[in-house]
Each structure stands twice: as C-alpha cells, then as structure tokens.
Design a binder for this molecule. Structure first.
Ligand code: NAD
Length: 490
C-alpha cells in the first residue's frame, strides 16, 4: 500500500510506481572565475587565459577556469621546490597532523564537495557523496598514519622523498584521483604540482581552500589548471623529479616517451577493458548486481569498468534475460536527484566517443538492449545504459575501451576458454569472477592478467589495497605499501 507523501508516487493503479523526485537542496557557491593555486595563494594566470567549465547535465557554464601557461607552471614548480626541504624536515608526526586535518575537513565539507563534484562531472550525487567522498577522506587518513612509520614500511632501508612530484589526473573521479596522488606524496615528504582534468577543476580548487584553512605550508601543494598543453609543461619541467599520471593509454605512452631520456620517476595508471566472468554455479542475483555496478557505476567512466561480460554458455539466456530486466529499472536523469542511478556523460567529446562505439557495435552485427526508449533530455550529454549481445571478440566494442555505459556480453564454455578470452586484450587493469567454488576463484585469479581481481564483488576500493595495471593499463601501484614505495627513494 503506497501512502500519500511516503516518497513513492503511484503512477497508475496497481503496481506501477516511481520514486518522487528527491533533488539535492544544498546550494553551493561557485565563483565566476578561478585562478591558479600557487605558493598557498590563488593567483591570476600569467597567461591571462581562462576557459569555461560546464555542467554536463544542463550544458550551463559553471565558472571560468584559469589556463596555466609556461610561466605559471614555472612558478608552481619553483614554489614546490622551495617548499620541499622544510616539508621533508618537518617532524613526521607534524606532517601526519596536516594530512589528518585535510581528511577531517573533507569529512566536514563532504556535502558541499559532493554537490560540486556532481555538478562539474555529471555523476549521481548518491555516488559522489556515498562512494567518492568517503574514499577521498580515507585516503588522507590512511596516509596520515604512514608519515612517522616509513622506516617500518621499508625495513632495513632509509626511505627519502623524491622531491617535486608532477601529478596529472583525469575527470572520472576528480577528487578521488587527487587524493590518490597527493596523500602518499605528501606523507613521504614530497611537494606537488597537480593538474586536474580540464572538464573537472572545481573540486580541486575547493580542496585548495581546505589547504588554506588548515594552514598547509605554502608551496607544498600547487594546483595548476589547464588542458593537455599544461600537462606537457609539467612533464617536461627539469625540476620535476617524479611524474604520476592517470589517464588514457594514448597520453600515457606520450608521457612515457617524454620521460624516457630523463631521470624522472614515472608511474602510469591507464585504460582498461576489464573482463567480468560469471560461472554457471554463481549466485546469480548477486552476479547480476555486480555486472550492473561494474559497468553502469559512474556512467561507465571507470578505468576498471567490467566492460566485457563473459558468461558460461549454459546460463547465458538466463543472465541476458535478467540483465534486460535489471537495466530497465536503472533511473537515468538529474545527477543531483538522490534517486538517480545513472547521470550525464562528462563532456560532448566523450558522448561522441561513446556514440561512435555504439554505432560500430550495430554496424558489426551485434544486438543492442537499451535501458529505456524514453526520449532523452534536450540539454546535457546523455547516453542510455545499454548492453550488446551477439558480440564477437574481434569487434571494436569487445576490444577497445569505450569509457561509457556500454557492456559487451559474450559466452564461454570452459574455464580455459574464459581465461583465454579474458586475457585476449592489450589491457590488464581489473577482472571479476563470480562462482561459489573457492578453488576456481584462486585458479582463475592466478591466471588472469589483471592488476586487481575481485571475487564475488566488483569495484571495491580500499586505501590499503594497491591498485594498478599490467600491459597497456600502465605500471606502478597506487594505495597500500606498494603505492607508498612509488614516492620514496631508498
Ligand atoms: P586523458 O589522457 O585524455 O587526460 C588525462 C589528463 O591528462 C588530463 O588532465 C589531461 O588534461 C592531461 N593530458 C592530456 N594530454 C596530455 C599530454 N600530452 N601531456 C600531459 N598531460 C596531458 O584521459 P581522460 O579522458 O581525462 O581520462 C580517461 C582515461 O583515464 C581512460 O582511459 C581511463 O581508463 C583512464 N583512467 C585510468 C585510471 C587508472 O587508475 N588506471 C583511473 C581513472 C582513469
């Protein structure tokens, strides 16, 4: 029985109902334009250039962001270099306090940061508030704990900071990627020049406000906004001792080439085409939920998205039928509505890329199943979650990273065939296995060429657990001891 004002709307007599709209009520302040954060202050770019940042759900311009040029990057690196010796000399327990305060302030300002992240990125507020922000705070808490224990982390060694770290991040998890980069670097006594992605700079700049609030010494973190050209200047700067990059494999290769004849340390977290394998003895309800989360979480803008679903042949029809039913219940729409499951694609460019792959799937003879046939909103960048059946491993949708809510479903008969299909990719970031047989899990996990293998779960993250890829998904790990080791020399 649905009562009036219970939050559920009876759309028709009987069983048809829908959640009432539940828009986020918090209004965040956004300045008309933002400068660069260098040496503890917001400064106008010496380049005098700005570019707009857009709400992808409405195409409304949210603010103007500074585009850092050569002299700006120069100033940011100089500030980081000047601040590094004192930061490294600081008593480790004092350094830890700064990281701890950052984490606490992030918790206190979670709502505001989550709303801003959703407005700039297009991801549902339920995800930014309940998944991204808690992980961001955890990352700083976790690394605060390491500051005075580095000698225990690397017994028998004498870990020293690397110096100035140049860090370049993508738009899919703007704040989380920032935390993954900054927290370990700072814990080890390095200073940073970080560049957010050009479509999602707002929360990075809000974090700068937090750095000021907690009196982080000037120059310890410098935030330069801009696009690829700004990133290139950081990569090429001679005073930068380490580059940490998360982004596409294509750009990762260019950065690897640019660093090849230098003594810069380098870690690369790149793209993926991760297999998600369901065996016939899996708990199907959970496996379907795992498959749905694996690909439609954050509109599929997840480097480790389970974008290839490999299903044992005997249960293929059952899985496809359940997926079809479940995908229809996904709610796509206003990212600031608390009931929204799937928000907006981050940019017009990314939407065009996703559409290109959907067209290619249709042209190559695969069959598409969409979440709904209802018209899409007139403004904003929208793509219905969908999955393809009748997919051949040779087709583009089965081979290339789409980075959108598009799943390719294929079948296998034996575990051997599952391994061979799963590993048949230039990537190696993540994989998922669903089976109720423990020995099968261990055997598969051992033979899958993926940096992370989740068993009976997917997209599970913890700051203590290292994350990273094989092959064209990059090298180096972020999180845990392994992530820490990328920021020290010993
Ligand atoms: P991208 O490579 O286009 O951009 C990433 C960042 O690099 C942005 O800040 C961009 O401005 C900058 N950049 C672009 N060209 C550059 C250059 N020549 N030199 C230096 N910097 C440059 O990637 P994207 O579209 O922003 O992000 C999506 C990609 O990121 C996907 O491939 C995804 O799989 C990957 N990703 C990987 C991980 C991981 O942990 N492995 C996590 C998130 C995203």
């Amino acid at each position: 029985m649905i009562e009036e004002n219970s939050g559920l709307h009876a759309e028709a007599a009987g069983t048809e109902w829908s959640y009432a709209p539940a828009p986020e009520s918090l209004k965040v302040e956004i300045a008309e334009k933002y400068g660069l954060f260098i040496n503890g202050r917001f400064v106008a770019p010496k380049s005098h250039k700005y570019f707009p940042t857009i709400n992808p759900a409405s195409e409304e311009t949210l603010s103007q962001i500074a585009e850092a040029g050569g002299r700006d990057v120069e100033a940011a690196v100089a500030a980081a270099k000047a601040a590094q010796p004192a930061w490294a000399r600081l008593k480790p327990t004092e350094r830890a306090k700064f990281l701890f305060r950052i984490a606490r302030r992030i918790q206190e300002r979670t709502n505001e940061l989550a709303v801003l992240e959703t407005m700039d990125n297009g991801k549902p507020i339920a995800e930014s508030r309940n998944v991204d922000l808690p992980l961001v705070a955890q990352h700083f808490f976790y690394h605060a704990g390491w500051c005075d224990k580095l000698k225990y982390a690397f017994p028998g060694r004498d870990p020293k900071p690397l110096g100035v770290c140049g860090q370049i991040i993508p738009w899919n998890f703007p704040l989380l990627m920032m935390a993954w980069k900054l927290a370990p670097a700072l814990a080890c006594g390095n200073t940073c020049v970080i560049k957010p992605a050009e479509t999602t700079s707002l929360t990075a700049l809000r974090l700068a406000e937090i750095f000021r609030e907690i009196d982080l010494p000037p120059g310890v973190v410098n935030i330069v906004t801009g696009a690829g050209a700004t990133g290139q200047m950081i990569v090429r700067h001679k005073a930068v001792n380490k580059i940490a990059f998360t982004g596409s494999t294509e750009v990762g290769k260019q950065i690897a080439a640019a660093c090849a004849d230098t003594d810069k340390r380098l870690t690369l977290e790149l793209g993926g085409k991760s297999p998600h394998i369901i065996f016939e003895n899996a708990a199907l309800d959970q496996a379907i939920e795992g498959a749905i989360t694996g690909i439609y979480f954050n509109q599929g803008h997840v480097c480790c998205a389970g974008s290839r679903l490999l299903v044992q042949e005997s249960i293929l029809d059952e899985v496809v039928s359940r997926l079809r039913e479940r995908i229809k219940s996904l709610r796509m729409g206003d990212p600031l509505d608390k009931n929204t499951d799937v928000g907006a694609i981050n940019s017009a460019e990314q939407l065009a890329t996703v559409r290109y792959y959907i067209e290619s799937g249709l042209e190559e003879g695969a069959s598409i199943i969409n979440s709904s046939d209802e018209p899409l909103p007139e403004r904003g960048y929208w793509c219905r979650p969908c999955f393809f059946t009748d997919v051949q491993p040779s087709q583009l949708i089965a081979r290339e990273e789409i980075f959108g809510p598009v799943l390719a479903v294929m079948s296998f008969r034996t575990p051997e065939e599952a391994i061979s299909k799963a590993n048949n990719t230039p990537y190696g970031l993540a994989a998922g296995i669903w089976t109720d047989k423990g020995s099968k899990m261990f055997e598969m996990a051992k033979r899958l060429k993926a940096g992370v293998v989740w068993c009976n779960g997917y997209n599970l993250f913890d700051p203590a657990s290292p994350f990273g890829g094989y092959k064209e998904s990059g090298f180096g790990r972020e999180g845990g001891l392994q992530g820490l080791s990328a920021y020290v020399r010993m």
